[in-house]
Design a protein around this ligand. Structure first.
Ligand SMILES: [Zn+2]
Length: 262
């Protein structure tokens, strides 16, 4: 079973998404609020279940190994260990970043820096730890590029059987468009790479686009809203809504400490 979702930001040549595109994207997204009180943020749906990583280390922190792609990395077949793929049509394979950097006049180190900042945003919001590995075969999360009609996209491998009420994310990939212009912190003309990566990694962690108005998304600077332009220079912190969503999946730092005492 393939569920198609996880679309991002705007269409390639437009810096703002059109109402038609919003309608099309919305129709592809299955949304699962855990309760009415939490309905402003939403989780990636896997067969009716919200999804999250279960890879807790001995201290109760969810640990995820990541790498930048050095070769093509595909999501596994649907039948493999009962996993299902949840991915944008164009992000079932991610490739070693080349054109996306070349077209943006960025170095590999620029990408590493932007990625590190994006991961630190989420690490600062919930008990998550991202560990760099150099072998993509050993990585749970692989960042690369692909031929996209979007600025970027994400894909997940999920085991849909519930564990504590959640489907388990086993692997995630992020695809940056080969045809877009990125800058580490964004410029008036280029997408903010750190912010784009943070949005995609939010999907890889189990967050979908929130159910808020465009006005609220802009006012509150919500990272998981895809209608917000990503070209603003500089980098804001995650919004309280982003933080509430990630903590609903992984706990806050207090709950992390409680878990470590068990
Ligand atoms: Zn998105």
């Amino acid at each position: 079973m393939v569920i198609k979702i996880v679309s991002l930001f705007s269409v390639a040549t437009q810096k703002f998404i059109t109402p038609l595109a919003i309608a099309l994207i919305s129709s592809l997204i299955v949304l699962v609020p855990l309760s009415a009180a939490q309905a402003a943020y939403r989780f990636i749906d896997a067969g009716g279940l919200p999804t999250r990583w279960q890879s807790k280390d001995e201290s109760g922190i969810t640990a995820i190994r990541y790498a930048i792609a050095t070769k093509a990395v595909a999501l596994r077949a649907d039948s493999d260990e009962g996993r299902i793929k949840i991915a944008n049509q164009d992000c079932k394979v991610t490739n070693a970043p080349s054109a996306s950097l070349h077209n943006s006049k960025l170095s590999y180190d620029d990408l590493r820096q932007a990625l590190k900042l994006a991961l630190q945003l989420w690490e600062g919001a919930a008990p998550l730890r991202f560990i760099a590995v150099y072998d993509v075969e050993q990585a749970d999360l692989v960042i690369g590029e692909g031929e996209l009609g979007l600025v970027a996209a994400a894909g997940l491998e999920v085991i849909p059987q519930p564990q504590d009420g959640f489907a388990e994310i086993k692997r995630g990939i992020v695809c940056l468009s080969r045809n877009e212009g990125f800058a580490v912190m964004g410029t008036e003309a280029k997408w903010n790479l750190t912010r784009v990566l943070a949005h995609e990694i939010g999907h890889v962690l189990g967050l979908d686009h929130p159910s808020v108005s465009q006005e609220r998304a802009i006012r509150e600077n919500i990272f998981m809203d895809y209608r917000k332009e990503g070209i603003r220079p500089g980098l804001a912190p995650l919004s309280p809504l982003d933080v509430a969503g990630i903590q609903a999946l992984y706990g806050d730092f207090t709950s992390g400490l409680v878990m470590s005492s068990k």
